[in-house]
Each structure stands twice: as C-alpha cells, then as structure tokens.
Design a binder for this molecule. Structure first.
Ligand code: PLP
Length: 393
C-alpha cells in the first residue's frame, strides 16, 4: 500500500518540541529541521492499535505480555539477525535514560567514559552529569571528504591511558551518518575485550540503512562481545514514536544486567506507559512495509540534498549518510564561528538546523539537517539556503 509521505501535517498545538515548545530564541518563521523526529504520521497499524487502546478507556498499570516480546524478538532477528532471549530485555523510557543508567550503574565516580566525537550531545552529558571523566576518540574526516573513519591507534591509546571503563558506541552514528562495517566493529570490540571495557551500543538508528550498507548489531558479532555489551534499541526513531518514551535494552550477561537493573530500580519506575507498549508491539508486528516505503522516500530526499550541495562546492561539503535521516553538512570553508554560522542560517535564510558544535568541538563549522520531512519542505529549506549559497554553476 502506498503511503503519502508528501502530506504536510500541521503539527502546531500538539505539544511538539520542534513546533510548539522550544523557541531557543530562534526566529518564529525559521523552518525547523533540527530535532531528530519526523514530520510523518506513524504507520496506520500503530495508530489503529493506539486508538483501540485509547477507546478502551482504562489506563491502569500495564506491562508487556509474551506477544510483545515475540514482536520485538522477531524484528531484531528478522531485520538485524540479532537473536535475543526474553530474559535479556529491560524496557526503559527512552535510550538516553538507558545511557545514563548504564554509565551510573556500571562505572564509579571518576571512571573514564569513551565516546567518538562529533556525537549526539547526550553521550557527552551522560558522562559529565554523572561525574565521570569524558574521553574522546575523535572520528577522522578522511581527506575532509565527509567520510568518517576511526583512528584505531588513538582508540586503543585513549582506553589504555585513561583506564576507560565504558565505551558509548553510536551505531549507526549520529551525526556523521556512518553505518559501521563488521570489520570496524570487530576491531573496536577486540580492543574493548582486551582492556575490559563495557560497551553500550546505541542502535536507535539501526533501521535507517541505505542501499549498499548493512547494519550489524554489535552484540551479535560473537558470544564474547555479547557478554560485554548493553544494546539499546527502540521503535521511536524508526516509526516516529519518540513522544511515547519507550525503548528496549538487551543485556545478555546476567551480572551486567543485574548491575543495570539495580541502578534503574533506584528511580522507582516499575512499569512504562501503556501507549508505548502498544505502539511498539504494533509497529514491529505490522510496520515493515511502511518502513520500506519510508526508506525509499528518505533516499529521494537525500538525493535532493546531495545534488544541492554538489553544486555549491565552495560553500558546503556533504557526503550522503549511509544510515540515519540526518544530513551532516560541512560549512567550515566559510570560516565562520559556530555562532556566526548558526545566526546566518537561522536569521538570514530562516532555516533552523542543529548547530554542529553541540556534538563536540569536532562539529564546529557543521550543521545537521533533518531530512525526514515531506519533499516540498526539504525543497523549501534548500530554496531558502540558496539565498545564502547560490549555485556555483
Ligand atoms: C543516537 C541517539 N540516541 C538516542 C536518541 C534519543 O533517544 P530517546 O528519545 O529514546 O531518549 C537519539 C535521538 O536523536 C539519538 O540520535
């Protein structure tokens, strides 16, 4: 069944942080393409399941039954070859919460936490807010091409020098759009095993993989790696359900899982919201066709952005993401500070993008554009950016 991703849906008055809530001093008429949710409706199977639950009218304490786990298990196995067991699953109200629990529960104050910058900003704060030492293995922007790789020597040296206890892996990577290959993951895993580093693998973007690339669940690489890994998954990015605050964390190692759960219990949260449970099960049971069409649509949006950037080589460098719906654009050639670049784009062109600096120093001079909007919105954003960066041909 064809879905209409071209439909413009007015999100005002729906508590959307993108539209209604967060102004952050940006001009009201700036086109918002910053926060990573989508301007598309969730699949009909999800809306129907939620509607049925809402119409039932009773919203008592709720938890998942075997059908829920079966839907989650089948999704991970069928889409990612990740063979899970029910006992591994811990449900949390979001992945960022899980990152915080993992850092606090699996390390001690002052311990070192490794991240790969530029990276989603809560990776930084998950360490710093907990009084842990933040250590960065900066990703390598190969020949400034926009293709990012890993400096494995630095990765190992940072772990050894700082006695790193936990590595927060972003896979696929937000914002640089890499889908790490099996070889890259194995190499990082081998180093983590050698130094006794626990890996928290945030795979929230695992379902946004474009042709030519394949996502590998880190914990699926070997039993040894499974035993040191906390795998964070969620239906929230995939099916646009972030407002339902629901995620599935898999921890195969009982000792690691116990430590995670002990920390989690401190917050007094015994169950999650019923709507997240219902939506997650419905999405994984019936959302695959919708996702396939969505990926094709996003691929089209990314082609548009790629073509736009390619005709402005002096202003912007851009390499189409292998995964995620986030376009990481390099404007360093303009020689502007992050604040100046941000002001130029939001105030002059009236397009609100994520300032690359928020992902770490390595993101200075970059902007991140969320491509998960109807094509006409992306076209409008590019038209507005044309006023600053006209075609060079
Ligand atoms: C890598 C990554 N992890 C986690 C999240 C947010 O997860 P949640 O909304 O489940 O806390 C995002 C959202 O952009 C993300 O990009």
């Amino acid at each position: 069944m064809p879905y209409n991703f071209d439909e413009i849906i007015d999100r005002s008055g729906t508590c959307s942080i993108k539209i209604d809530v967060a102004g952050y001093g940006k001009p009201a008429d700036a086109l918002p393409l910053w926060v990573a949710d989508m301007d598309f409706k969730a699949p009909l199977c999800v809306i129907d399941a939620l509607e049925k639950q809402v119409r039932h009218g009773i919203f008592g304490y709720s938890d998942s039954g075997p059908e829920y786990y079966e839907a989650v298990r089948r999704w991970q196995l069928g889409h990612h070859g990740f063979d899970t067991q029910a006992s591994w699953l811990v449900k949390t109200p979001g992945v960022v919460v899980a990152l915080h629990i993992a850092v606090r529960g699996l390390t001690a104050p002052g311990d070192a936490v490794l991240i790969q910058t530029p990276v989603y900003h809560p990776f930084h704060t998950a360490a710093t807010l907990m009084g842990r030492k933040l250590v960065a293995n900066e990703l390598v922007n190969e020949a400034d091409s926009g293709k990012y790789g890993i400096d494995f020597d630095d990765f190992e040296a940072k772990i050894a020098q700082n006695n790193v206890k936990i590595f927060l892996l972003c896979s696929p990577h937000n914002p640089v759009g890499r889908v790490w290959t099996r070889e890259e993951l194995l190499r990082m895993g081998e180093i983590c095993l050698r130094y006794g580093v626990t890996v928290v693998s945030d795979e929230i973007h695992q379902d946004f993989i474009f042709p030519g690339h394949r996502h590998t669940v880190f914990a699926s690489l070997s039993p040894e790696l499974s035993a040191i890994t906390v795998t964070c998954t969620a239906p929230s990015k995939t099916f646009n359900l972030a407002g339902l605050m629901h995620s599935n964390i898999f921890i195969a190692n009982p000792a690691l899982r116990d430590a995670f759960v002990r920390e989690y219990e401190l917050y007094g949260l015994s169950q999650l919201g019923v709507l997240g449970l219902v939506a997650c099960q419905a999405a994984y049971e019936g959302g695959a066709d919708w996702l396939a069409e969505l990926l094709a649509y996003l691929d089209g949006n990314l082609t548009l952005i790629t073509n736009w950037a390619q005709s402005r080589p002096a202003a912007v460098k851009f390499r189409r993401p292998e995964g995620t719906y986030l376009a990481w654009m390099d404007f360093r050639s303009l020689g502007l500070s992050p604040r100046e670049l941000d002001d130029l784009v939001t105030k002059k062109a009236k397009v609100w993008l994520s300032n690359g600096r928020q992902f770490g120093e390595a993101g200075a001079g970059f902007l991140r554009l969320n491509a998960a909007s109807p094509r006409s919105v992306i076209e409008e954003a590019l038209r507005r950016l044309d006023t600053l960066f006209p075609s060079e041909y």
